[in-house]
Design a protein around this ligand. Structure first.
Ligand code: ADP
Length: 482
């Protein structure tokens, strides 16, 4: 891999970018600290140097004797230490009179060059103390103190100083040592930071790897949570929940496709069979008509299955929005019962009801009617002549209870857990001509769930079945429509 490619890949890595940001931040911080320390060191050294020169100045006044233009020093009875002090302060010294004429100048000062007589006169006029840094031809720098000195009613200009060599060497040493250590600290810190962020972000790579290996046929994969309860664990949980939801909807889709193809195959084969028989073996127009009419009936059934399937799939995929409003369910239920009186009478089934008034629930009118129609049509369909279907409605503390019970054939216990599944039908040996689609109760289950309610079924084979639906109640509502 070429460098630009590597650099590009590294820049896209979160760990690398994090480590780099910290590195830049610490580099700037260390640079700032270094500059701050260096300046403080220089300031302290300058102050110390000024104090030392002030000491020289005070000592010099004790030894110096100026008489007119004659400069002499008190040198009798000096101990070694004092002699050393005197010799040192004479090393960088210039004395001039008030006209600017140099009376004495040390050889070292001579290398710096004496001040001009104008400068000297100006300094004497102002009476101030001047601090200057001067450099000799070899680049050695000196701190020079210049001011006036009064002796015997005459004014003299005196400059003395010390070399800055030692101070500058200390600063240079500090600078080199500090700025050589900084890169080492930065490189170590950067590598450590990068390793640590890589370690901390490793679960993210797991997320990436897992999501890369997830396909439509491999949705059962989950990322194991680390149990740290941090942001990454929350991300992993969210990711796992998302995959779970995806898996569920994929499963629903798969199931739906299987159900549809299975359900449509039988009627299509049947239509085809009837038409083939008509084409090949029908001899008269009556036989032909009969075959076509049977095929038409099957087509009708096919069309009903498709319509019911589409409605259910729309509902389950959330495309069917509920329009809920507080409704008085007793009158709605009564209206629905009226619609079933004739079919029930034809089937020889008695319809009875016990509907309490003031049963108000927040429901979608159309879906409530659909729910009741499905339960009622099943009850009538699976109850033989002479049987009875009872519908009840009762208002309870927080919900409205609706039940539809019949004295029909009942449902064997092993089938009960499945009757709400799509296309599930109990083999009804004893109920001839009761062929349904097996979609009605799936729709009922969806309607109840969408309303936040629950449904229960109890059945005794040969005795009857009771469906009970509980819908959340609306507390006190100002305007109630029925
Ligand atoms: P279908 O169109 O076949 O009636 P449903 O989804 O409405 O489909 O019902 C599923 C199955 O539950 C039916 O095939 C039937 O065997 C059983 N079932 C539903 N309601 C009753 C009932 N009241 N009495 C007996 N069996 C019932």
């Amino acid at each position: 891999m070429r460098w630009p490619v590597l650099w590009g890949a590294a820049r896209r890595s979160l760990g690398f970018r994090l480590a780099l940001s910290f590195l830049v931040f610490f580099a700037l911080l260390l640079l700032l600290i270094g500059i701050l320390f260096r300046n403080t060191l220089i300031r302290i050294q300058n102050t110390q140097m000024q104090e030392a020169i002030e000491g020289d100045w005070a000592a010099m006044k004790g030894f110096l004797q100026i008489d007119g233009e004659r400069v002499s020093w008190v040198t009798q009875d000096l101990d070694d230490e004092t002699a050393y002090v005197l010799a040192r302060l004479q090393r960088m010294l210039l004395i001039a009179d008030s006209t600017g004429k140099v009376l004495t100048i040390s050889p070292s000062y001579g290398l710096l060059g004496p001040e001009s007589s104008e400068e000297i006169q100006e300094a004497l006029r102002s009476g101030q103390v001047y601090w200057r840094i001067r450099q000799d031809p070899w680049g050695i720098r000196y701190l020079i103190r210049s001011s006036l000195l009064e002796s015997g009613n005459r004014r003299y200009y005196v400059s003395l100083g010390r070399p800055l060599t030692m101070n500058e060497a200390v600063v240079a040493r500090f600078t080199w040592q500090y700025f050589l250590t900084v890169p080492v600290i930065l490189i170590t810190g950067g590598v450590l930071g990068w390793l640590l962020t890589r370690r901390a972000l490793r679960p993210l790579q797991d997320v990436v790897r897992t999501s890369e290996s997830i396909t439509g046929s491999n949705l059962s994969l989950r990322i194991p949570p680390r149990g740290a309860g941090d942001e990454l664990d929350r991300l992993i949980e969210t990711f796992n929940r998302m995959i779970e939801r995806l898996e569920q909807s994929f499963e629903q889709m798969r199931q739906f496709t299987t159900d549809v193809s299975h359900e449509l195959r039988t009627p299509i084969t049947s239509v085809r069979g009837h038409l083939e028989v008509a084409l090949m073996s029908a001899r008269s127009a009556d036989e032909l008509r009969e075959a076509i009419s049977t095929a038409l009936e099957e087509t009708e059934r096919l069309s009903n299955v498709v319509k019911a399937m589409l409605a259910l799939s729309q509902a389950e995929s959330g495309q069917l929005a509920l329009r809920r409003e507080p409704l008085e369910l007793a009158s709605l239920t009564e209206d629905m019962l009226d619609q079933f009186r004739i079919p029930a009478e034809e089937a020889g089934v008695r319809l009875a009801s016990e509907l309490s008034p003031n049963c108000v629930a927040n429901v979608d009118r159309i879906q409530y009617e659909r729910l009741l129609a499905n339960l009622l049509s099943n009850a009538v369909k699976y109850t033989g002549p002479g049987g009875e279907v009872r519908v009840g409605l009762k208002s309870e503390r927080s919900e409205v209870r609706l039940w539809v019970e019949d004295t029909g054939c009942g449902i064997p216990p092993e089938h009960l857990p499945h009757i709400f599944e799509r296309f599930y039908r109990v083999p009804q040996d004893n109920v001839a001509g009761k062929k349904g689609m097996g979609l009605g109760l799936s729709f009922v289950a969806w309607i109840v769930k969408a309303h936040g309610g629950r449904i229960d079924v109890k059945s005794v084979p040969g005795k009857g079945t009771r469906f009970e639906v509980c819908l959340p109640k609306v507390p006190a509502v100002a305007s109630v429509r029925s």
